[in-house]
Ligand binder design. Structure first.
Ligand code: NIG
Ligand code: FE
Length: 406
């Protein structure tokens, strides 16, 4: 039995386990001068240092704050090529959607990704995942979606599977049905439902299916058909919706009980109300607001209405080159109006729930021992610091974060 008592914790800070909605997102437990007992990779005891049980091993942090490991519930960390020319064009005034409609943007990343083999995709993604882990992400979702054809989609998902033994954080793969082909979209949707989803489910390559529901991508009816096929094959569902236009994706996600609906920059009162009365998690992605200059998702209104809000990086080359889960949390405070306490809950318990994971995100007995020791004695530095990494040490399942050689 592996057992370690962690001490030297100025504050141990945690939300309650499981998805937290509305005002409960602000209710953190703060234990001053704390200790944390980890047994076999799980939290086994938390409390004041003076009450701590004896343990076989001791690890003293000095005097710093400890918080749960973050979950990044939305990334596109596997891609090839770059979008630097798009970036320059956008800065000079060409809209993201115009670049996409001209065959650039996501479609240019698809061409580059289709040309890369699995080993190259692994090599390209590893430093991105390392950056997210060092920023505090102990669980990271990774989507496909840059496959020009089904073979490339499968290759992306296999790259995620190949990355898992290399890096000690948990990776969660999602099949993303991203943009339709320029011709033959009806046949494409049929093949996604009849061929791609069954193969992905059969080979266990993804936990969930996501669809980009948007004017320039898939409509509500197409999205509904894809989500139904996913469900039939035992996969969870989630959506990219309301990024540029509220075309009905959020309402559909709530209706079918999706795990999460992500983006929401263009959501209005109707979408906020739908999310407030649903168990679907509203995932906000403030890196997109920063990078594309879009309006921020209405996270403040969502929390006030009683919704369950999560935050992610949306790490991708086009709309959010944000390589830090900690910075996503800090930006959710600046750009989306969350309080530091709400942002911590959004990035931990709620972000894990957005992946259907209720075994992590809170430092209470029985949860995974995924946690972060900060540089600071005050946990609020995590939401405050911009540009320097406030995270000192990352612990995953009670072990210091590590990479294994390939
Ligand atoms: O989540 N909006 C759709 N998909 C991604 C962007 C992907 C890209 O631009 O390459 C997103 O923002
Ligand atoms: Fe995305």
């Amino acid at each position: 039995m592996a057992e370690t008592l962690f001490t030297g914790i100025s504050q141990l800070v945690t939300p309650a386990p499981g998805p937290q909605r509305g005002p409960a997102m602000r209710e953190l437990t703060v234990v001053p001068d704390a200790a944390l007992l980890v047994r076999d990779g799980l939290v086994s005891w938390v409390g004041p240092r003076r009450d701590a049980p004896a343990a076989a091993h001791l690890h003293d942090f000095g005097s710093v704050a400890v918080v749960p490991g973050l979950t990044d519930p939305h990334t596109h960390a596997v891609w090839a090529g770059d979008r630097l020319a798009d970036f320059e064009a956008r800065v000079e005034g060409v809209p993201y959607e115009t670049i996409l409609a001209r065959g650039g943007g996501i479609r240019s990343t698809m061409r580059a990704t289709a040309a890369a083999d699995e080993a190259e995709l692994v090599q390209l993604a590893l430093p991105r995942l390392r950056a997210l882990a060092v920023s505090g992400a102990t669980t990271i979702e990774v989507k496909s979606g840059y496959g020009l054809d089904f073979g490339a989609e499968i290759r992306m998902l296999r790259a995620v599977r190949a990355l898992q033994p290399i890096i000690s954080v948990t990776l969660v793969a999602t099949l993303l049905i991203h943009v339709p082909p320029q011709t033959g979209r009806t046949d494409y949707v049929q093949s996604v439902c009849g061929e791609l989803i069954p193969q992905v489910a059969r080979e266990g390559l993804a936990e969930a299916v996501d669809v980009f529901c948007e004017r320039e991508a898939f409509g509500v009816d197409e999205t509904r058909a894809i989500l139904a096929a996913a469900r039939q094959h035992g996969l969870a569902v989630k959506l990219h919706a309301d990024q540029f236009h509220a075309v009905g994706g959020t309402e559909l996600a709530c209706e079918v009980g999706a795990l999460s609906v992500d983006h929401l920059e263009a959501s209005g009162e109707a979408q906020v109300a739908a999310l407030a009365s649903s168990s679907t998690i509203a995932t906000v992605l403030p890196g997109v607001t920063l990078h594309l200059g879009l309006p921020a998702a209405p996270a403040r209104k969502l929390v006030d209405a009683g919704a369950c809000v999560a935050v992610g990086t949306d790490l991708n080359p086009g709309s959010s080159p944000l390589f830090s889960a900690g910075l996503a949390l800090a930006l959710a405070v600046r750009l989306c109006g969350l309080t530091p306490a709400e942002a911590l809950t959004a990035a931990t318990a709620n972000a894990a729930a957005a992946l259907g994971l209720n075994d992590r995100g809170a430092l209470v007995p029985g949860q995974r021992a995924d946690f972060l020791a900060l540089h600071s004695a005050d946990w609020r530095d995590l939401a405050y610091a911009l540009g320097a990494n406030p995270v000192r040490d990352v612990w995953v399942g009670g072990q210091h974060f590590k990479e294994h050689s390939r």
